[in-house]
Design a protein around this ligand. Structure first.
Ligand code: ADP
Ligand code: MG
Length: 244
């Protein structure tokens, strides 16, 4: 019984993050002591005005960039200062990324786009040996996002919502523990955006996937369990709702 009452463990933390960009003589102090704890299995929205540093924070959390001061911790262990190669491995294994403009490769089909992280992960020989298993896995992810009827289509033959679904399938094929989504509905109409959020909600509840979603759209943010705002370089808690 006790176990049921224990709150979920902290999976990812930002500790006193500072980040300043320098453009010539100009300095922009974007993050000024950001503290944030993300619990395993939660769906968290980060809101904030354009230019408030939301993408910067997501990039630091996902090891795409490094803070000037402060730490990123995974399961309580510092990860931002590890050697570049270790950070690359960690990033590929732990994090999945989804972006506003999908970043699909235009010359590849949906299936090939979704397979691409696995082609990069394995040597050609290893990939060739395991290709049946890996292709099955890619197809399973494509089915999960509702795109099985678009396997052989190229990105320019897909709608915006379908492209984002393909990008989500690609982010899931490496079985990440944490999905970092930067304005995933930012380029979609309201109804299509809702469909993408429903998909993220389902992945969160069925796969216990931790999701951190950045959005400037408060209606979209509402669909998460917890909302924080980035303002003046710091995190404000906006609201939390019990899971389920
Ligand atoms: P948001 O995602 O909330 O719109 P960003 O994190 O993209 O905000 O940017 C925050 C601020 O930092 C903006 O003023 C932006 O111009 C600046 N900025 C972001 N990336 C860079 C960079 N690579 N070099 C210089 N300035 C940057
Ligand atoms: Mg941004």
């Amino acid at each position: 019984m006790n176990q049921v009452l224990t709150p979920p463990a902290i999976q990812l933390s930002a500790v006193a993050l500072d980040k300043t960009y320098r453009k010539g003589p100009e300095e922009v102090n974007v993050l000024r002591g950001v503290n944030l704890d993300v619990r395993r299995g939660e769906f968290l929205s980060i809101i904030g005005r354009s230019g408030s540093g939301k993408s910067t924070l997501l990039h630091l959390l996902g090891l795409l960039d490094s803070p000037d001061i402060g730490e990123i911790r995974l399961e309580g262990k510092r990860i931002d200062h590890l050697p570049a190669k270790t950070r690359d491995q960690l990033r590929n294994r732990v994090f999945g990324f989804v972006f506003q403009f999908y970043h699909l490769l235009p010359e590849l089909t949906v299936l090939e786009n979704v397979l691409s992280p696995l082609m990069i992960r394995y040597s050609s020989w290893e990939y060739w040996k395991r290709r049946k298993e890996l292709q099955d896995k890619a197809q399973e992810m494509i089915q999960e996002v509702g795109l099985s009827h678009r396997l052989k289509h190229r990105p320019n033959q897909l709608s915006g919502g379908e492209m984002q679904r393909a990008a989500i399938a690609r982010s899931l094929v490496s079985e990440p523990e944490i999905l970092l989504a930067d304005e995933p509905t930012g380029n979609l109409d309201v109804e299509t955006g809702k469909g993408i959020i429903e998909l993220l909600n389902r992945l969160n509840s069925e796969r216990q996937l931790t999701i951190m979603m950045v959005t400037h759209d408060e209606a979209i943010a509402e669909r998460a369990q917890r909302i924080v705002r980035l303002s003046k370089g710091q995190i404000e808690n906006i609201r939390e709702r019990a899971a389920g």
